[in-house]
Design a protein around this ligand. Structure first.
Ligand code: NAP
Length: 295
């Protein structure tokens, strides 16, 4: 079994993004900028936000962090997002989820414009992804595609099974795999015989949130297995895949931690770079347009 090392792949990707951030600063005299908004004091969210800040620092992206108290109203969060949306010096906006009750993510997220939606969660970005149009794709599934590519794993023609159908992982994962010519099956809590579906997979992606749900009996000999799950068991982080049992059968396997997680943050950096470069291209285009209109 070959370990799909997300730490190494994400370090390589971050290294490739650094010159892009430097070039941007040199050309435009300002830094690529990511604004991160955290509402409340969920300890896990605080760690994620800190990890994102550190990744930005490493790549050379300016990070603006907004920490709002849990009692912040929907109107106040939306008003901050609207201000960031208007600010041309901000290229990416991320609202850390989950939001404390009674805030509703869907309505609030709609205040992040598509071109700054570096998490890739907006209906427009997801719609573009489904239609194979340019978009900012959600970071976890696109990080998985990047990890596979960097390990020389081609998904074309492969039978891929995605377990989980959430908006942020399962569904966009299925779309990315389909766009890359895999034959895709999506399983969920109502799937009748999960084992039967999984054992047919050349590529098995587990994104459920149930510790060690995927055992060796659910994995085909030689399959590529990607474990998205992040579950705490007795204070220890573990995935949705029974790593020790599945390693005997899989050809490639992601560890937890150190597999998909680091790729997610690296792809957030990539989306921010893409959004920043696109924004200056659009700015130039807007300046050129009135001139060409006169010709
Ligand atoms: P989610 O929104 O809770 O979705 C879980 C999915 O799993 C749902 O579609 C659910 O089906 C399905 N499911 C639940 N029990 C099942 C079962 N027994 N058999 C088959 N399917 C079942 O979770 P998520 O946000 O997608 O996250 C999934 C896991 O990935 C979590 O552990 C999360 O922490 C982790 N995660 C990791 C990263 C990373 O960067 N490493 C990023 C995001 C998420 P229904 O739709 O029928 O309810």
């Amino acid at each position: 079994m070959i370990l799909l090392d997300g730490k190494a792949a994400s370090a390589a990707l971050r290294g490739e993004l650094r010159p892009r951030a430097e070039e941007f600063l040199k050309r435009y005299g300002r830094r690529m900028t990511l604004a991160v908004v955290l509402v409340g004091d969920d300890p896990a969210s605080k760690i994620y936000v800190e990890n994102k800040r550190r990744a930005c620092e490493e790549v050379g992206i300016r990070s603006l962090n907004y920490f709002l108290p849990a009692e912040t109203s929907e109107g106040e969060v939306c008003s901050l997002l609207d201000t960031l949306a208007e600010d041309s010096r901000v290229h990416g906006i991320l609202l850390q989820l989950p939001l404390p009750a009674p805030l509703e993510a869907e309505r609030i997220l709609a205040h992040i414009p598509t071109e700054k939606d570096v998490d890739g969660f907006s209906a427009e970005n997801i719609g573009n992804l489904i239609q194979r149009l340019p978009c900012l794709a959600p970071c976890t599934p696109s990080g998985i595609m990047e990890l596979l590519k960097r390990n020389g794993i081609c998904v074309r023609g492969k039978r891929a099974v995605v377990v989980g159908r959430s908006n942020i992982v399962g569904r966009p994962m299925a779309a990315l795999l389909l766009n890359a010519d895999a034959t895709v099956t999506v399983c969920h809590s109502k799937t009748v015989n999960l084992r039967e579906e999984c054992v047919r997979a050349d590529l098995l992606i587990a994104a459920v949130g149930k510790a060690r749900l995927i055992g060796a009996d659910m994995v085909k000999e030689g399959a590529v297995v990607v474990d998205v799950g992040m579950n705490r068991v007795n204070g220890k982080l573990c995935g949705d895949v029974d790593f020790e049992a599945v390693r005997e059968k899989a050809s490639y396997l992601t560890p937890v931690p150190g597999g998909v997680g680091p790729m997610t943050i690296a792809m957030l950096m990539k989306n921010t770079c893409d959004a920043a470069e696109r924004s200056v291209r659009n700015e130039l285009f807007r300046k050129i347009q009135p001139i060409s209109a006169r010709i």
